[in-house]
Design a protein around this ligand. Structure first.
Ligand code: NI
Length: 515
């Protein structure tokens, strides 16, 4: 399996400490949650939601985010770029053959990171236990775990872990809020934010009750506010108290939220709770009060003079043994190092970026483009497109194209569907978005082995003339393999080109896996 931690921190995670974080009471009793009843009211459509830029450091003003879905109002989602500087990185785990993809933020805060990572790794473990192999069917099980920022300030930060699991023709969405005070590495529980007794009364008498079949708040016990899986604020300042599917209503309702009106919310909030609400409604960079702490240097573009790869511009792949190296799922914390390797060897590459990662690492994205590499898209958040409806497929493709264009000024012409999974509907949307679909013929299995040596070996053994080589720059082991791959393929007479150079004019919508 694929369980190696990518982003290294000082020390290791301290167990799976979940106690003390919002929503843990429910989680504790959760155990293995088999994919059960259907949750597919109207399919959620990734859409571009406008989020005001709240920080002067936030460049550029890119606003694209997938929305949370629930029966009832949903939390206000903030631009994740706000916390780029406060984060140590993003941890990613994936399995290309078994269709899971998870990523979550690392803050360099021991207790907070342990709690967040524990939630994700537990979910991955459950998926691995439930589906050790992927059946060869058209709709195999899929686990996709992402996150959204819903509050950001020096006193309070909150993310919502947003999970989607599909199995046996049913889908299930789960969520979990993680609130914390970044200045103290202190997870915050509901009781830190609200007077729980008063909030419980409000919840049962004054709150906006979701129109969900079989609604029964008592199902989560006598203290529903402390048992919530989501506590967050809506655009209008309402306090939202939310639950996972099947917890307080029929499973068909999906996740449900109760909304406590802004005036009532005001009376329930503690001082910390008021800071939390401000962190949602008037968000700031968590480092705003202490900009000089130097704890988390912002991702910097590669240093040195700009040297554009020149070899490939004039290369003719009809006469040369061409190969295209491609890097998926980034950009991430190791991409700058990769750019260094590529620059030293004067080798161009192609990056298939996730919209959500571009949003987090705009400077690195720009550096990739400015160094002359090609950028294609890999959807917004790595969903298995063959499972989605037309609108969702369109949203996944166009939102990622839009963010790359906003950051680099160039509109991508290539798209790589996650897991290499495509069908007629995906092809139609790719054509509509004017992007060719790029698969690969060499899978180095770098995501699986996490071995620099094995990654080099696979690339050297399997590459043929015209190959497209699949790599992932979110893994440090892969980035470390790149000099060896370049050296080895150079020795075999290969010329490195971008995918567009390799294919010439790639036709929108069409699928290519080699020249
Ligand atoms: Ni991928």
């Amino acid at each position: 399996m694929v369980e190696i931690v990518d982003v290294k921190r000082n020390g290791s995670y301290v167990g799976r400490i979940l106690a003390g974080l919002i929503g843990t009471a429910v989680l504790a009793g959760c155990g293995v949650t088999p994919p059960q009843a259907v949750h597919s009211p109207t399919s959620p459509t990734p859409s571009l939601s406008s989020t005001p830029s709240a920080s002067p450091r936030q460049t550029p003003d890119v606003s694209a985010a997938t929305e949370l879905t629930a029966t009832g109002p949903v939390p206000r989602i903030l631009d994740a770029g706000l916390i780029s500087d406060a984060m140590k990185g993003v941890e990613s785990r994936s399995d290309t053959t078994r269709h899971f993809f998870a990523n979550w933020p690392i803050f360099g805060l021991e207790r907070v990171d342990a709690a967040i990572a524990g939630y994700y790794t537990d979910a991955i473990e459950r998926f691995n236990t439930d589906y050790p192999t992927s059946p060869d069917i058209t709709a195999p099980p899929e686990l996709n775990l992402g996150w959204h920022l819903v509050a950001s300030s020096p006193r309070a930060v909150a993310i919502v872990a947003d999970g989607y699991e599909f199995a046996g023709a049913s889908t299930q969405e789960r969520w979990r809020t993680f609130w914390f005070d970044p200045s103290r590495d202190a997870p915050l529980v509901p009781g830190d934010l609200v007077d729980t007794a008063a909030a419980n009364r409000e919840l049962t008498t004054g709150a906006r009750i979701p129109d969900a079949p079989g609604l029964d708040l008592a199902a989560v016990g006598a203290d529903p506010v402390s048992s919530t899986t989501l506590l967050a604020f809506a655009e209008d300042g309402s306090l939202l108290v939310g639950y996972d599917a099947c917890e307080v209503a029929a499973c068909s309702a999906g996740r449900v939220t109760f909304a406590i009106a802004p005036e009532a919310t005001e009376r329930l909030l503690t001082d910390t709770g008021r800071a939390a609400r401000s962190a949602t409604l008037t968000p700031q960079d968590p480092g705003a009060e202490d900009p000089g702490n130097g704890q988390t240097p912002s991702p910097s573009p590669t240093s040195g003079p700009l040297i554009l790869p020149t070899v490939a511009d004039t290369v003719d792949c009809r006469n040369s043994k061409c190969v295209a190296l491609t890097f998926d799922d980034g950009p991430g914390p190791f991409t700058s190092k990769l750019l260094d390797h590529l620059r030293k060897a004067d080798v161009p590459a192609t990056f298939f970026m996730l919209g959500q990662q571009v949003k987090l690492y705009p400077e690195i994205t720009r550096a990739v483009a400015e160094a002359g590499h090609e950028i294609g898209v890999h959807t917004w958040d790595h969903r298995l497109l063959t499972r989605l409806g037309t609108q969702q497929i369109r949203g996944e493709i166009t939102s990622s194209i839009k963010v790359v264009k906003q950051v680099t000024g160039k509109r991508p012409t290539l798209m790589r569907p996650p897991y290499g999974a495509t069908n007629k509907a995906v092809a139609a949307e790719a054509k509509r978005a004017k992007v060719a679909q790029i698969l690969w013929d060499v899978d180095t299995l770098d995501w699986k082995t996490r071995s620099t040596k094995k990654t080099i070996k696979a690339a050297l053994n399997d590459t043929r003339r015209g190959s497209i080589v699949l790599l992932h720059d979110i893994h440090s082991t892969t980035v470390a393999a790149v000099p060896g791959i370049i050296e080895g393929l150079h020795a075999k007479g290969y010329t490195f080109v971008t995918v567009s150079q390799l294919l010439g004019k790639a036709k929108p919508g069409q699928v290519y896996s080699r020249a």
